[in-house]
Design a binder for this molecule. Structure first.
Ligand code: HEM
Length: 320
């Protein structure tokens, strides 16, 4: 009983300190005389978190952009934020003035993707992971999976026949299948459906209100995340028993000389699916839109590809 009341007291004090810290952070942000962009911060600590999560996030962004323009301030998940939606601003953050920025994520996102994922680190561990990821996507490493990627593309195209499609959704399915083959190689066939099921639940909860109570989307996503880590661990253990080297991303992570733990590997596998999927699907969607709207460009691109294939045939080179 005494233990329970000490625990309650401890929880109460921790929560109060956290709240006080957040209110101070909030007040410090609001009282700074910096030239902050327009926008509202909502309530202390809570900020505009409920407005963002109680509706489709796109509606929140669209209404803010309409009201304040492409750069606005807000307060989400306990973090003061400046949100931006213009290519010029993105270039400043990612390229021209990248030295002024450091990537950080709200704690709930970090927990969901996995604390050991590349995005949340700097220094030696970060450089090591970067090298391992790049290693797995070099032409020599991906050459043997190109026929599988081609087959995924052909199957997708055939499945579009005679039906109206949502291009972005179809591109997401395509990029997910390509991500799985790039990460797990042929091993993915066995686990594809399980991986897909868990990842889709994770994706659905990723942008939900981070309340980890039974039944919430967040809670389901956290459970699915654990399941994903278990599947990755299963594949790792089978590979260790078979003692065969693989040139895919999992093989690259497993081949690290100092040895990554299973947890580090799982966090980074999930992280790469996350980094690669929506980004590539979005670019592919824009490419399809512009090719569809510009038949002369489509024809030029088609001719370019056909020429490459003809030249390879004439020179007796491999198709890929
Ligand atoms: C057109 C598609 C893509 C876009 C627009 C894109 C965009 C980005 C951006 C903006 C960052 C953050 C960079 C920074 O913080 O400086 C990033 C990081 C990252 N992306 Fe991509 N990405 C794309 C495709 C991919 C793919 C296919 C992979 C699969 C390997 C990938 C893996 C990563 C990784 C591992 C990081 C973290 C890098 C680090 O922390 O050093 N991305 N990406």
């Amino acid at each position: 009983m005494e233990f329970v009341s000490t625990l309650c007291l401890f929880t109460f004090i921790s929560f109060t300190l956290l709240l006080i810290h957040s209110i101070f952070k909030f007040l410090a942000f609001t009282s700074k005389k910096l030239p902050l962009p327009p926008g509202t911060l909502g309530l202390p600590y809570i900020g505009e978190t409920f407005q963002l999560y109680s509706q489709n996030p796109n509606v929140f962004f669209a209404s803010k952009v309409k009201k304040y323009g492409s750069i606005f301030k807000t307060y989400i998940l306990g973090c003061p934020c400046v949100m931006m939606s213009s290519p010029e601003a993105a270039k400043q953050v990612l390229v021209t003035r990248a030295n002024l920025f450091k990537p950080t994520f709200p704690a709930s996102k970090e927990r969901m993707l996995g604390k050991q994922a590349i995005f949340f680190h700097q220094g030696d561990y970060h450089s090591k992971l970067r090298k391992l990821v790049l290693q797995a996507f070099k032409p020599d490493s991906i050459r043997n999976i190109i026929p599988d990627i081609e087959s995924i593309a052909i199957t997708s195209l055939e499945s579009f026949e005679g039906r109206l499609i949502n291009t972005y959704q179809e591109m997401k399915t395509y990029t997910f299948n390509v991500a799985l083959i790039s990460i797990f190689g042929k091993d993915e066939f066995l686990y594809r459906e399980e991986l897909k099921k868990c990842y889709y639940i994770l994706e659905k909860g990723y942008n939900s209100m981070p309340i980890n109570l039974p039944g919430t989307l967040f809670n389901k996503a956290m459970k699915a995340r654990k399941e994903l880590a278990k599947i990755v661990a299963k594949i790792i253990s089978t590979r260790r028993e078979m003692k065969i080297d693989h040139s895919d991303l999992l093989g690259s992570f497993m081949g690290d000389k100092e040895g990554l733990t299973d947890e580090q590997i799982a966090d980074n596998v999930i992280g790469v699916i996350f980094a690669a999927r929506d980004t590539t699907a979005s670019v592919l969607t824009w490419i399809l839109k512009y090719l569809g709207e510009n038949p002369s460009v489509l024809q030029a691109v088609t001719e370019e590809q056909e020429n490459i294939m003809r030249t390879k045939e004439v020179n007796g080179e491999e198709k890929f």
